[in-house]
Design a protein around this ligand. Structure first.
Ligand code: ADP
Length: 319
C-alpha cells in the first residue's frame, strides 16, 4: 500500500489571450476541476495499480464533497481531516502561449495537522511507501515521513512547489526526493551553497550533477525530473560502493504531448506505485514505468482526471 499525504484543491482556470495587468478586466474561457499535488499523485498512484490511501484536510463544502466523491471513484482510501476553513482552491490564468499566473488559497490544506497524520496508524503501519509534497504544513509532512520511516516504509518527498522552503531535517527523513529542475536548482542554492541555473541542468555533465545530488541528500536517492529531457537518478549506496550504476540519465518516452500540467505528479504517483508493487525489483525498472506513465499523462488535458491507468502503459509500451 502507498500512503500519500498532501493537498487537494479545486482549480478554477481561465484561458485568456494575455495575462491580466493590475486594474485590468479580461474575458476568458472558464473551466474547473480537481487539483492539488497530493490528490493528483494519489490518483496517479491508484490508477498505476497501487492500493492507495490519501491523507489530507478538506472543508465542509462542495469542494470537499468533490474530493470525497472522486476519491471513491478511484478506490482511494480517503483520510480527510474535516476543517472549518474552506477546501483549498487555485485560481489560474493561462495565456495563449501557455504561460500562467496562479494564486493558491491553501484553506483547509493549511490546517493538515500532525495529530491527524499520526492518527492514521492503521494505514501507516502497513505502508510500503509514504509519499508527501510541500503544499501542506511542514510539520505534517515531517510527521508523515517520520512515521513512515519508523514503520519501515520507503519515504518519498516531492519537494514541490519550488517556492516552498526545505530544511535539512525534512530532507534527511526522505529515502527518495524527486525535484524538477527549478526545485533542484533552488535546493542546491539553499543547501549546497552553489548557484546553478535550472534551465541548464539537463545539459550539465552527469558526474557533476551526481556530485551535487550526493551533497544534497547524502544518504538517499535523488531523481531530478527534466520534463521532455527525461530524468536523472543518483543513488547513495551505489555511490558508496563505487558502482558504475550510481547515476544515470533516462530519456523521456516519445509521445504527442498536449498538456504537460501534472506530469511531475503522474511521475511521482507512478514511481510510488511501482516501488510498492515490486520493492525488490531494480530501481531502473521503476523509473522506466514512471517515465512511461508520466509521458502518457501529457497526451490528455488536465491533471488528476487525465491520469492514465496501468493497462494503458502496458498497451502502449508493453511493460
Ligand atoms: P513537473 O511537472 O514537476 O515540472 P517535469 O516537467 O520534469 O515535472 O515532468 C516529469 C516527468 O514527466 C519527466 O521526467 C518525464 O518523464 C515526463 N514528461 C514531462 N514532459 C514530457 C514530454 N513532453 N514528453 C514525454 N515525457 C514527459
Amino acid at each position: 500500500r502507498v500512503v500519500v499525504v498532501g493537498s487537494f484543491n479545486v482549480d478554477h482556470v481561465w484561458a485568456t489571450a494575455t495575462l491580466p495587468n493590475p486594474g485590468e478586466t479580461l474575458a476568458g474561457r472558464y473551466s474547473t476541476g480537481p487539483g492539488g499535488k497530493g490528490f493528483n499523485q494519489a490518483v496517479a498512484c491508484a490508477r498505476a495499480g497501487a492500493d492507495t490511501c490519501f491523507v489530507c484536510a478538506l472543508g465542509d463544502d462542495p469542494g470537499g464533497d468533490l474530493a470525497r466523491s472522486l476519491a471513491a471513484d478511484d478506490g482511494i482510501d480517503l483520510r480527510a481531516l474535516r476543517c472549518d476553513a474552506p477546501t483549498g482552491t487555485a485560481g489560474i490564468y493561462v495565456d495563449g502561449e501557455g504561460r500562467n499566473s496562479i494564486v493558491i488559497g491553501a484553506g483547509a490544506n493549511g490546517e493538515l495537522s500532525t495529530p491527524h497524520v499520526e492518527g492514521q496508524t492503521d494505514v501507516l503501519g502497513r505502508a510500503a511507501v509514504v509519499l508527501a509534497q510541500l503544499e501542506s504544513p511542514c510539520e505534517a509532512v515531517i510527521a508523515a515521513l517520520r512515521a513512515g520511516r519508523a514503520q519501515g516504509a520507503t519515504t518519498m518527498l516531492n519537494p514541490a512547489p519550488a517556492n516552498a522552503a526545505t530544511t535539512r531535517e525534512l530532507l534527511a527523513l526522505a529515502d527518495i526526493i524527486t525535484p524538477n529542475e527549478t526545485e533542484f536548482a533552488g535546493m542546491v542554492t539553499r543547501h549546497v551553497g552553489e548557484r546553478i541555473d535550472g534551465d541548464a541542468i539537463a545539459a550539465l555533465d552527469q558526474a557533476r550533477l551526481h556530485a551535487l545530488c550526493r551533497e544534497l541528500l547524502p544518504a538517499g536517492t535523488v531523481v531530478v525530473t527534466l520534463g521532455a529531457s527525461g530524468c536523472f537518478v543518483s543513488h547513495a549506496e551505489e555511490a558508496r560502493r563505487g558502482d558504475d550504476k550510481a547515476f544515470h540519465r533516462l530519456a523521456a518516452e516519445q509521445v504527442r504531448p498536449i498538456d504537460t500540467t501534472g506530469a511531475g505528479d503522474a511521475f511521482n504517483g507512478a514511481l510510488a506505485a511501482a516501488l510498492a508493487r515490486a520493492p525488490d525489483a531494480a530501481f531502473a525498472a521503476h523509473l522506466r514505468f514512471a517515465s512511461r506513465y508520466a509521458a502518457l499523462s501529457t497526451e490528455h488535458e488536465g491533471a488528476a482526471l487525465a491520469m492514465p491507468r496501468h493497462g494503458d502503459v502496458i498497451a502502449r509500451f508493453g511493460s
